[in-house]
Every structure is written in structure tokens, then in C-alpha cells.
Design a protein around this ligand. Sequence first.
Ligand code: NAP
Length: 585
Amino acid sequence: MAKELYPLGEMPPLGEVPEKMHAWLIRAERFGKPTEAFQQEVVGVPAIADDEVLVYVMAAGINYNNVWAGLGIPVNVIAARNKAGEKEDFHIGGSDASGIVYKVGKDVTNVKVGDEVVMHCGQWNRNCEWVKKGGDPMYSPSFRIWGYETNWGSFAQFAKVQAQQCMPKPKHMNWEEAASYVLVAATAWRMLHGWGANSVKKGDVALIWGGAGGLGSMAIQIAKAAGATPVAMVSGNDKFDYCMKLGAKGCINRNDFDHWGMLPHWKDNVGYAKWLKGVRGFGAKIWEVLGEKRAPNIVFEHPGETTIPTSIFVCETGGMVVVCAGTTGYNATVDLRYLWMRQKRLQGSHFANGEQSNQMNELALRGQLDPCMSRVFTYEDLPLAHQLMHDNKHPHGNMAVLIGATEFGLGVSGKPAVAIEHPTLPENDVRTIAYAHPYPMSQPLPSVADAAGVTIKDDGTKVRDLMHRGIISCTPDDTVGEAARIMIDHEIHAVVVMDGDQAVGVVSQTDMVLARQGRTPNEARAMQVRDIMTLGCATCAADMLLSEAVSLMTGRHMHRLVVTENGKPVGVISMTDVVRKVIVE
Ligand code: NAP
């Protein structure tokens, strides 16, 4: 007779689904660090819908998303689901897995009980109109990441998945290896193969950021398999060998360069020239590594803020920078001249649809994709694996945890068609990235519709309550020397440029300092204000709310606005005035 609950490690007879199961649960009352948020509990095995499958989990992959689920930030995933009508007051995470099919819904045709499978983590509603019309499910409003945005992930004896998520398990991989690669590899596949004419092809050069990381190690192998030439970026020469064994033609140590970060202002001719020198040196290094003067046709991006300017600059004319994360920051700066004149593409990409996941998995099934698993943990150590990630102390590569598998290394049942070397990462490698929050699809980016629900606290202060009346100004024909004198005499940081009674621009201290760069003092003084001023003058009405004026300034990276009454300039409001009011007072 079927048992109500099987102890961990004791596999129920094939196809026999017990009433209850062991699982690692996150509950809202213990949101916090992973070692506290995850607790072992016994819960009911979930019922499945007609298009769903119940998988007995052998091993689960570890991803950062369940560190965030445990912390309850940036989204309380349990509350989000309760709001959407689901009743469970807990979260069972896990977005990667290997296992055995134990039960199938009545509409399921692609898998049967007993099949050994791995799962991709893309879920969507099969009745979504967009999907029914043949649209990419990645654009469906119903798209969710299984085991993060949905419940019943792989950190339990049984996982509930949609049948379309199931793909054959590579026979040559053990359970934990098979559980570790799908999320990163499918993401890398869509990035490289999902973008039409810019997708990677034979003969292309592909620049891969973080070549020894989870995504990068997959990207090197996928690009290589497509007949492209991968060049890997890493932060130490000790990772070169690893990336070369994965298929990189050559590697570049990013620490040999120092031009990273947001772009200097295009008016900053000295700063910009320095940046250009750095980025050109970096481009020359790519030529050196390739042994020919070629630029990357595709740049595989995820660091974001610190690397995007370089990625766009070095990308070949008509090429593509494809990005799936902003781990170092979200404000990527782009010199649009390179983007439009050389007709490059900056493409966002997120996970992968079922077709792309399966295409990627074909590569794994043939043996052409090493899962790059770096560390595997026992069931009891699941919170520890997440804690290491939380503390940024986890090894590079992909990690997994045993669930139903009783020992490490089990589950191999065949040989791959193509045998590849299994490279290992250097020991003692330290991480440099503390992860930025993932952006779950169920928490849509602010849109027009959402704005209606936002409440803003405001004390009603108006610009006129804080502004300085009167305008200290110069004309466009004044010399820079004259304008500088006005600035110094009045102890102000910028002078409004007036043409008659119209404010036509502003000349700031920064404009003057930039004008002086590369010129003698006399040359700079003799220039006319019109040559260096920032054209146009950001204005606000005196009766505008102070909070709105602040948004105007921060949005445009400005420190002051000219205040108008009846369309005529009457004063200035500056960030200094605001700081005095909101901080000092
Ligand atoms: P990972 O294994 O930690 O690798 C990240 C790599 O970035 C590291 O190997 C590191 O290599 C490199 N790196 C660190 N600091 C850098 C810097 N300042 N400049 C350039 N490179 C730097 O992480 P991963 O699994 O590859 O994931 C990378 C990002 O993609 C994460 O933010 C993750 O959340 C996101 N992601 C998004 C999706 C999606 O569907 N949108 C899917 C998976 C992952 P070196 O130090 O050797 O350079």
C-alpha cells in the first residue's frame, strides 16, 4: 500500500505519488538571510492541471533568485501570488532541476511516466491570446519564472511543472550536473541565437563578458558550437585556461584596463580623449587576441553600467550588443553617435522560450555543452548554498543540490556523441559582484497604468517659497572671462545667458572648466559665452510644486532651474536651496 510520505532518499515506486512530501519552504514570517528563511517542512503534494507534470526531483540547481525570494525583496513573492488568487502561504523555490516524471495531466503528450528530464523555468498560460496566435511566450503577460515567480519549484521531493518545460536529460550527465545548467544556458542561447539577422553565426567574432561565470561559460560554448570565434573577458589570467578549454580563441584580463564606468561627458574633451585612448587600447587588444583586425559582431553583455560604453564602441558596424542584466548598475551610457552612424543594435534579452531552451538542450544532449558545475551540496545544505551566494562567497560556475539522489555522481546512463574536456575553475577565485535585484516579470516595470496607483507624500511647498528672486545674467556675446567674473563676484555656480528678455542658455562652472581644458587661460577667457554655454534653459513656473522641480532637475542632471512668472524669467531655484529646506532645516 502507498505510503503517505516517503523519507528523503527513498524513491516511491515509479508513478506512485504520495499524499505528502518533504520540502524546503520559505514563509513570510521568516523572511531574511537564507539560513533562516529556508526551513524543512512536510506539505501536501500539489495537484496538477491537464497540461502539467509532476516530477520526482533528483537534484536542483541553485540560482540567485531564491536568495531574493528568501529575503522577501524586491518582491514578496508569496504576497504577490496570494493577491493573484493562489492560497498557499509559503514558497517552494528552485528554478532548475533534473528528475523523473511521476504523473502527467491528460493533455500531456511530450513526456510519460518514467522519463528522465531536465526542466527549463519558463511558464506561461497556454490559453493566453498572444501565445495562441503564435507569439513568443517571452512577451506574454502570463510569463513567469517557475520556482521564483511561481510556487512548487525544485526544492522539494516533487515539483509541479508545465509539460512544455520538460526536456530530455542528457544521459552522460549525473543528476546534479543535469540540474545545474539549463537556466543560464537557455538565457545565453536566446541572447546569442534569438535576434534575427544579428544572431551569432559561423565566422562571427563574439566578445563574452564574464567568460568564467555562469552565463559566460555557456556563451563561449554556444558561440563556438555555432562556428563563431569567442573572445572571453575575465578578471584574472588564472581563468584563461578554463575559458580556452571551453572554446575561447583568446582571453582578455579586464584589470589590464582602467577606462571602465559611465562615459565622460562629450563636452569634456580631456576626459573623453582619455576614455577614447583606453577603449581604443582595449579594441587593439581584441585584434591582438584574434590575430587580425576584426571587431566583435556580437557582444554578450550582463555587467551593464561599467562595460556598456566599451561594448558599444568596440562592436562591429551593424553588430549587436545583447544584454540580460545590469549587475554593476542600470544607468548604461551610450554615445549615440556610434550607435546610429555605425548602425549598431543594443538589444535586451531575458531568459528563453521553450523552442530556444530545447535548441540549447540539443547541444547538451550531444555532449557539446559542459554544465560547468562547480559545487554540489546535500539536501541539508540547501540553505547554506544560498547563504554562500548571499554573502558573495560561492564558487564561480553553476551550483546544485541533491534532492532525491542519495549520493553524488548518480544518474549517468550513457555516453555523449561528442566527448569534451571538463575544465575546472581556479581555486580561491573571489567574486566581485554583489548582485543587483532581479526584475521579476510579475512586477512589471512602472507603466502609464501603474502611475495612477502611486501616492506621493508632498508638503505642498512651491518653488516661489524658496527661489532667489532676480536673475544674474550675461549675454551670448560676453567673453568667458566676463562671465567668470560675474560668477566669482556673486559667488554663484552658473550664470543665465539672456538674449533680450529671453533666457537662452546657462553657462556653468563645469562649462568653463571644460573650455579651459586643452587651451591656455587667455584663449579660454577670450572665447565667447555662446561657444561654451549649454543651449536652452530649463525653466519652471514659480507656482510649481518644489517636488516636481526637484524631479525636473534630477531627471536632467541639473543643479538649477530658471523660474518664470507669466513666461518671463524672474529668479532661480537651485539644488542648494532645496538641500537647505529638506535637509538642513
Ligand atoms: P556569475 O557566475 O557571477 O558571473 C558574472 C561574471 O561577471 C563574473 O564571472 C565576473 O567575471 C564578471 N564581472 C564581475 N564584475 C565585473 C565588472 N565590473 N565588469 C565586467 N565583468 C564583471 O553570474 P552569471 O550567472 O553569469 O549571471 C550574470 C548576471 O546575469 C547576473 O546579474 C544574473 O542575475 C543575470 N542573469 C539574467 C538572466 C535573465 O534571464 N535575464 C538569466 C541568468 C542570469 P570576471 O570577474 O572574471 O570578469
